[in-house]
Design a protein around this ligand. Structure first.
Ligand code: GZL
Length: 346
């Protein structure tokens, strides 16, 4: 068989198919997946009796933030710290998360923790976990299900993040003497229906509504990925020729959007560049803030692993825990990004 000028023997094809099958199976079985090198290691066979067994369903590995969040979980829930972690990557599909959670229930883990890809559709599986007396902890994103169905939530204040972005825009337009100009805005939202998307949009809109001269031309789902962000921004550039502000609900989409602007011949260092608002404050995002390409980057901390481990240990001691834990966050511009960029682990 010739492929692109290379002779591929049937043996190679078979091996590739076998590898493909092994990787696809790994996405829905309790394997420890090392996102950084994509190594898949089979979970240890049986946990030692004294380890706390935690089933963790991560929604995917769509962004730098997500991969950093996964590393934070795995670095905190270690055997040395008394945990037997079963980590599953759902590849941004709710059905995979529900399947993984049902797997954890049937294995009778001690705790289930997960980052819900969207807010709706969890009531049934959370009731199944409650009926099995397995405490559930939400990480990062929230669910619309009744709060009696989970023990606690550890995450970020998305609505505040969106509001902070709007308040910064208000200030910068004032400083530039543009607070009465017509301001055309487009928005690349994250996964539609996720609490990150809903919160950031809602927070930003509360500021928008105060300014009749701000016009939200369009908003489209960039799925928190660079590729989709570039595709969506290309579409916006063909549709609109007078964009003043581009709001990207994470750095990965901002990077894609900036590539689309560059491909369209825009000078990212010139005055024609729209104001770029982004979220997450990843290292690459902060570097682009320092280059004057991204104008503001609203932080969203992915390092919730330690708090998750701490909360589980509290529960193990029979202590009460709070219903929610918020990570603290900053707003970065060219004035303060330098101070933080080197400490960025992701
Ligand atoms: C935010 C988190 C979002 C990040 C994205 O809490 O859910 O998901 O902003 C990630 O980078 O994909």
């Amino acid at each position: 068989m010739i492929y692109n000028g290379y002779k591929i023997t049937h043996k190679v094809v078979f091996s590739l198919l076998l590898l493909l099958f092994a990787v696809s199976v790994s996405s829905c079985s309790p394997f420890n997946v090392d996102e950084t090198s994509q190594n898949v290691r089979p979970a240890e066979t049986e946990p030692a009796e004294n380890l706390i067994r935690v089933g963790f369903s991560q929604l995917g590995s769509e962004s730098k933030w997500r991969r950093a969040n996964s590393i934070s979980i795995r670095d905190a829930l270690t055997v040395d710290d008394g945990f037997f972690l079963q980590f599953n990557n759902a590849r941004q599909k709710q059905e995979n998360q529900i399947k993984a959670i049902r797997g954890f229930i049937s294995q009778q883990v001690d705790y289930i923790a997960f980052c819900p890809v969207t807010e709706d559709g969890w009531d049934t599986v959370l009731k199944e976990a409650k009926d099995a007396n397995i405490p559930v902890i939400l990480v990062d994103r929230q669910v619309s299900a009744d709060s009696s169905l989970y023990t606690t939530w550890i995450g970020e204040n998305m609505r505040k993040e969106g509001e902070n972005a709007g308040l910064w825009l208000e200030k910068i337009l004032e400083e530039r003497g543009k607070n009465h100009d017509k301001i055309n805005i487009i928005e690349l939202i994250g996964t539609r229906g996720s609490s990150s998307q809903l919160g950031r949009s809602m927070g930003f809109d509360t500021v928008c509504e105060k300014h009749k001269n701000w016009v939200m031309l369009d908003r489209e789902d960039g799925e928190f990925t660079t590729a989709k962000g570039q595709e969506v921004m290309s579409g916006f550039l063909q549709k609109y020729d007078d964009i003043d502000v581009v709001v990207c609900q994470n750095d990965d989409m901002a990077i894609g959007a900036l590539q689309a602007m560059k491909d369209a011949g825009m000078d990212l260092y010139g005055d024609e560049k729209p104001i770029i608002v982004s979220f997450d404050a990843s290292r690459q995002g902060l570097e682009m803030v320092m280059q004057g390409i991204i104008d503001v980057d609203v932080e969203c901390k992915p390092s919730s692993g330690e708090k998750l481990a701490e909360v589980i240990h509290e529960l193990e001691r029979g202590n009460q825990v709070a219903k929610e834990y918020y990570m603290d966050e900053e707003v970065f511009t060219i004035d303060n990004a330098l101070k933080y960029v080197d400490e960025r682990s992701y």
